[in-house]
Design a protein around this ligand. Structure first.
Ligand code: AKG
Ligand code: FE2
Length: 298
C-alpha cells in the first residue's frame, strides 16, 4: 500500500483543485464547506459528548490537557464515528500534495469554554529547511465556527516563516529552532495578542479548514460561549513520529473494523491490538497551558 493507493481504495480524489493548491501554497490554508453531512456531524458530536462524559477531567490525557478548553485524544481507537475522518478528502489530498507519503499524525477534539481558549500564536511542528513540510492539520467543524465562539486564527503566508512556539510534544528530533535575523522582526512580543493581518477562520458545521501545519495559528477566546466543537485531524509525513502512536493504543475494535487502506493511513499494518475495551484513564495527566508553551523558550 502507498498513499495514492490508499486514497484510490477509499474512493477519494487524490488531487486538490487548482484553487485549493494555490491557496495552500500562497496563504497556507483553505476552507471547504459541506465535507460532512448534518447527520455525520450529529453522530460525531454525540460521540464526543459520550467520550467527554467518560473521561471527564482527563480528556486529552494521551497528548495534553488544556485548562479552559476540554480536549479528547486517541479518538479513532475509542469510537467508529470518526472512521469517516480517514476519508476526509481535502485534508488527505492536501497532505499528499505537500508531504507525499503520509499517515495520521493525530485526531483530537477541542472545545474552548466561554471566556477561555486564547492560545499563543504557534506552528504545530518544527521545520529545519525550507521544504521540510511535516504536517497538514485541519479543523473539522462540528459546530458553526463563528467570529465570536473562539475560532482558529491564522496568519496568511506565515507557513514560510520561522516555526513559532512549537509545542514540545511535536518537536521530534529537533532541539533547536534557528531564528535568522530576518525572522526577528516578525516574532510577536506577545504571542497571545492579535497579529497584523491575522484571519479568523469561520465556517458552518460540516466544513473543514485545511492548514499547512507550519502556519502561525491558534485558538482564540470564546467570547459568546456558544459551543465550538472542532476536531483537529492532523496528517503527518510518514517518516515523522506520530503525535499519537496509533499502534501503541490500538483497540480490538479499531483493528477488527479497519481495512487495508485504513490500516495503512493509521500505520497499524501488522500491529496487534494492545487495548481491550475502553482505553484506561491515568491517575494523573500532564496539564499544558499556553503559558508553558511560551515560558519553555525562556
Ligand atoms: O482549536 C483551535 O482552534 C486550534 C487549536 C490548536 O491550534 C492547537 O491546539 O494546536
Ligand atoms: Fe495548533
Amino acid at each position: 500500500m502507498n498513499t495514492l493507493q490508499a486514497m484510490i481504495t477509499l474512493g477519494l480524489d487524490p488531487e486538490l483543485t487548482e484553487a485549493q493548491r494555490s491557496a495552500l501554497d500562497e496563504y497556507g490554508y483553505f476552507i471547504v464547506p459541506d465535507v460532512f453531512t448534518p447527520a455525520e456531524v450529529a453522530e460525531m458530536k454525540a460521540e464526543i459528548a459520550r467520550l467527554t462524559a467518560l473521561e471527564g477531567k482527563f480528556g486529552g490525557h494521551e497528548v495534553h490537557i488544556e485548562p479552559g478548553a476540554p480536549r479528547l485524544s486517541n479518538i479513532f481507537n475509542k469510537s467508529a464515528a470518526f472512521d469517516r475522518c480517514l476519508r476526509c478528502q481535502p485534508t488527505l489530498a492536501a497532505a499528499r500534495y505537500l508531504l507525499r507519503e503520509i499517515r495520521v499524525y493525530s485526531l483530537n477534539a477541542r472545545n474552548p469554554m466561554k471566556g477561555e481558549g486564547q492560545q499563543p500564536l504557534h506552528a504545530d511542528v518544527p521545520r529545519v529547511h525550507p521544504t521540510d513540510w511535516r504536517v497538514v492539520n485541519s479543523m473539522v467543524m462540528l459546530d458553526d465556527m463563528t467570529e465570536d465562539n473562539g475560532p482558529t486564527r491564522v496568519v496568511p503566508g506565515s507557513h514560510r516563516w520561522v516555526p513559532l512556539n512549537v509545542p514540545d510534544v511535536n518537536m521530534a528530533e529537533v532541539s533547536h529552532i534557528e531564528v535568522r535575523p530576518e525572522d526577528k522582526p516578525l516574532i510577536p512580543a506577545d504571542p497571545k495578542a492579535a497579529y497584523p493581518g491575522e484571519v479568523r477562520v469561520t465556517g458552518k458545521a460540516g466544513s473543514v479548514a485545511v492548514i499547512n501545519g507550519h502556519i502561525w495559528h491558534g485558538g482564540t477566546r470564546n467570547e459568546s460561549g456558544a459551543s465550538r466543537q472542532v476536531l483537529h485531524l492532523a496528517i503527518g509525513r510518514r517518516d515523522i513520529p506520530q503525535q499519537l502512536v496509533e499502534r501503541e493504543h490500538l483497540t480490538d475494535a479499531l483493528w477488527a473494523r479497519s481495512g487495508a487502506a485504513e490500516r495503512f493511513l493509521l500505520d497499524i499494518e501488522g500491529a496487534a491490538p494492545k487495548v481491550h475495551g475502553y482505553p484506561p484513564l491515568p491517575d494523573h495527566a500532564r496539564v499544558w497551558t499556553a503559558a508553558d508553551m511560551v515560558d519553555a523558550k525562556h
